[in-house]
Ligand binder design. Structure first.
Ligand code: PLP
Length: 388
């Protein structure tokens, strides 16, 4: 890999050489048949990964654009949205909804915990929610949402399920053909971004609507958006020779290669690999006296939020680790300074994470906290070989 540093933040994540090489291809016109064929491939690959018979949108924008697209095309101004929030990114839907005059209601879990299904049930029983948002993995807390538990409750009450997969897609099970206990109980919208578990540089918003969600769009008379109105994009997604807004040509080259790697490995294997990565990293870091914010049962496979042991200075820790070539992220909101976040997703490898465990130990020792690096690395490898 030509990367000089290991980018172990919860996105962007490490980009492999073949993706960089693809992106360095000659920039073609966006309606050039050679590019049109590649864009078609990007859409087909996404369709295959999410197993959808609905519409797939792959457009320029960050994950936040995909959140906006998901929302404005399903919930009209004045309609009710229930937000299930397990942290900072769940909360982002509040501001988004408010910006579009949507009536938002939120169930916020304590940071590190899941929203309780009883509370969801009680809220939905009050009725008239058009849609419910679920953040598959909240990147601020490292908490995963339990789809098997939540989807049936939401669908039973007739609301649309909008799944934020920005830190989960291509690592966790997001099968849009999956029936959650009833043929009609399915995920309606999955939204994502290119730079997290997909492992492509930032800049692509990926959104998928099933038939139920597409019907909801048709029932909205006027969407308060232009770029984000999926009706403007449907002709392009059906035939990328049509123009609406210029696609990021070179990023699409990179995405096609990134998705080729995803599909080559296969979703089943990727789910197992990410689960193993998450468990092994957390097991090893616990040996250093570090504490994952989320208990193992609700911890995400793609990233972990790790609370420092007493006396570790956040800035000094991350600076020292960065000098060794490992980049991790600080924690957000009230956890800033008290915890750090480490990504273990996408193109990240076993060897990279083993090295990270070792260098985190070395960093702690340099900062005057005595830890056993060899033991932690051993724990990492034992846990990993037991799971993969
Ligand atoms: C990163 C992230 C976002 C925001 O994505 P941007 O690309 O930064 O706009 C939204 N939701 C989740 C769960 C995320 O992890």
């Amino acid at each position: 890999m030509r990367n000089e540093e290991m980018l172990l933040i919860p996105g962007p994540t490490p980009v492999v050489d073949s993706i960089y090489d693809a992106m360095a291809g000659e920039t073609r016109g966006h309606t050039d048949p050679r590019f049109v064929a590649i864009y078609k491939q990007a859409i087909e690959q996404t369709r295959t990964m999410l197993k959808t018979d609905g519409e797939v949108f792959v457009v320029a924008g960050s994950g936040t654009i995909s959140m906006e697209m998901a929302l404005v095309n399903t919930v009209a101004a004045g309609e009710k949205l229930l937000i299930l929030s397990q942290g900072y990114f769940g909360d982002r839907f509040i501001k988004l909804g408010e910006a579009f005059g949507i009536e938002v209601d939120v169930l916020q879990a304590e940071w590190g915990k899941q929203v309780s299904p009883e509370e969801v049930e009680a809220k939905l029983a009050q009725g008239a929610y058009k849609a419910v948002t679920i953040t598959h993995a909240d990147t601020s807390t490292g908490v995963v949402a339990d789809l098997d538990m939540l989807v049936p409750i939401i669908k039973k009450h007739g609301a649309l399920v909008i799944l934020d997969g920005v830190c989960a897609t291509a690592a966790m099970d997001e099968d849009m053909s999956k029936e959650y206990g009833n043929p009609d109980y399915k995920i309606d919208v999955v939204l994502s971004g290119s730079q997290k578990a997909i492992g492509v540089p930032p800049g692509l918003a990926i959104v998928t609507f099933n038939q139920t969600a597409l019907t909801a769009r048709k029932q909205i008379e006027r969407v308060s958006a232009y770029y984000c109105d999926i009706q403007n994009w449907i002709p392009v997604m059906h035939d990328p020779a049509n123009y609406f807004a210029t696609p990021p040509v070179n990023l699409i080259y990179g995405y096609v290669e990134g998705m080729r790697l995803v599909l080559e490995e296969g979703m089943d294997k990727r789910v197992v690999r990410h689960n193993a990565f998450g468990k092994a990293v957390r097991t090893a870091l616990k040996e250093y006296g570090m504490k994952p914010l989320a208990v193992e049962e609700v911890a995400a496979s793609t990233l972990s939020c790790i609370v420092y042991p007493e006396g570790v200075d956040d800035a000094a820790f991350r600076r020292t680790l960065a000098k060794k070539g490992i980049i991790v992220a600080g924690a957000l909101a009230h956890l800033a300074g008290k915890a750090f976040r480490i990504g273990h997703m996408g193109n990240t490898t076993e060897a990279m994470l083993e090295k990270a465990v070792e260098l985190i130990g070395e960093t702690l020792n340099e900062l005057g906290h005595t830890v056993d690096t060899t033991n932690a690395v051993k724990c990492f490898n034992e846990q990993l070989s037991a799971l993969v």
